[in-house]
Design a binder for this molecule. Structure first.
Ligand code: CTP
Length: 423
């Protein structure tokens, strides 16, 4: 039997802290274990005694407890969790997290963790709408933190608007959905590296079976490949992986099981996505093969067309005259190979990076590669590595153009088009 999932619940100081008790009860009822960390201001609203009784675990409140540090140090506390939930997350706590401040137990372990983190903000409407809070939320999403948007309604302070903590049942639905994902183990969620959260948006809250891509396996390739020349040099390209990661995130939000084969990029792994890191085109080809069968494949990676014939084991030294010419070999075309594969996905989508005659070249690529759709982008400007994208979608039935949109929006629209296609 699987080990029960373990939730580390950080309770910030706000009137909504009382709802944490109900959340603990729901987590326990679902068969998961929970351990609580209470901030100093959180302790103004709920007592450690209540939380300890409900969670049946010791409650941690300070960094400076000799007993805790010898028995369960803050690093271990942050590492043993399958998911860290901050509920309620106050404006202050969010600001400290966004700034990387670690001045108490909660913020220190948040900085030390490699577990996925979900924040459930709750605060007065004006605090929520303040530019600083909104900036911090964006930053946290970019850092790979999931943020569950607050509800709108009457607030304890007498005002009306967004800022209310969602009901514990809704938070629990989200926790269950994340933990029941086929890929919810801590290692597979992977630590957030520097970089953008590809969807800079919200996790889906609908239970899995109600999401439109539930039961589908979607394979996505993303990023560049890197083809070594010697131990220090390589052939690569400017792809940042942002578009592919955004598509993987959007597909996972829509309920799909997603395998993301990623070239070397500095991006956080989208929630619920199984990421397989590769470096070279040959490794990418093998990872794609290993991920089959898939219902849908979206090949966004900018695969290097060539690799060095042979990789020098030693760094190639300058000799004062012209260097020996690089001998190159063409890499396999992973997309075309998949189109001919016995386990060809039902819907196979290629991307095309073009600098001129976009639609014309993309149409030719659709035929040449044997895929069902081509998403072509004009990479003559700042698209490669940039935040926005303009695309031509070419299918057997025609084409459409999506003018300059943020990459997460292109991802959402593409996933929506896939949902409509597979009905
Ligand atoms: N692709 C692939 N394997 C390769 C090269 C490209 O799977 N060795 C895939 C890309 O992931 C993308 C599509 O093919 O989905 C088109 O990639 P692109 O670089 O635009 O086309 P190329 O085939 O490299 O053609 P060219 O460089 O001549 O434009």
């Amino acid at each position: 039997m699987d080990k029960p999932k373990h939730i580390l619940l950080i309770i910030g100081g706000g009137i909504a802290a009382y709802k944490a008790s109900e959340l603990i009860r729901l987590i326990k009822k679902s068969g998961m274990t929970v351990r609580c960390v209470l901030t100093e201001s959180g302790a103004q609203f709920v007592t450690p005694m209540t939380l300890a009784a409900l969670s049946e675990n010791e409650v941690h409140t300070t960094l400076w407890s000799l007993k805790n540090e010898t028995e369960m140090g803050h690093i271990q506390l942050s590492r043993e969790a399958d998911l860290i939930v901050i509920c309620p997350a106050t404006a202050n706590l969010l600001a400290k997290m966004a700034g990387g401040i670690a001045d108490d137990l909660a913020t220190t372990l948040l900085l030390a963790t490699d577990a996925p983190v979900m924040a459930v903000p709750a605060m007065n409407v004006r605090m929520w709408q303040h530019a600083a809070t909104q900036r911090n939320i964006k930053q946290l999403q970019n850092d790979g933190i999931m943020v569950m948007m607050p509800d709108e309604g009457d607030m304890a302070c007498g005002e009306y608007g967004p800022g209310r903590m969602p009901e514990p049942e809704a938070v629990m639905t989200q926790i269950s959905s994340l933990m029941s994902s086929a890929f919810s183990s801590t290692s597979e969620f992977a630590a957030s590296e520097l970089g953008a959260n590809p969807l800079d948006g919200q996790p889906a809250f609908a239970p899995d079976q109600h999401r439109p891509l539930h039961g589908k396996h979607i394979l996505v390739t993303a990023g560049p490949t890197r083809e070594p020349i010697d131990p220090v040099r390589y052939i690569a390209n400017r792809s940042s992986g942002r578009q592919g990661f955004a598509i993987a995130a959007a597909a996972a939000e829509a309920g799909a099981k997603v395998t993301l084969v990623a070239g070397p990029v500095h991006l956080a792994t989208p929630v619920g996505v199984l990421r397989v890191d590769v470096e070279t085109a040959l490794e990418m080809e093998a990872a794609v093969e290993a991920a089959l069968p898939a219902n849908i494949a979206i090949m966004v990676a900018a695969v290097a067309d060539w690799r060095a014939d042979s990789r020098s084991e030693q760094k190639i030294k300058k000799k004062g005259d012209a260097p020996a010419p690089l001998q190159l070999t063409e890499n396999p075309d992973i997309l075309a190979g998949l189109a001919r594969h016995a386990q060809r996905p039902d819907l196979l989508i290629g991307f095309a990076a073009e600098t001129e005659k976009i639609a014309e070249h993309a149409k030719a690529k659709l035929a040449k590669k044997g895929c069902d759709w081509i998403v072509a982008n004009d990479v003559s400007g700042d698209v490669m590595g940039g935040a926005d994208n303009s695309v031509h979608i070419i299918t057997a039935h025609g084409s459409e153009i999506w003018e300059r949109l943020p990459k997460p929006e292109v991802a959402r629209q593409l996933v929506q088009k896939i949902i409509e296609e597979i009905g």
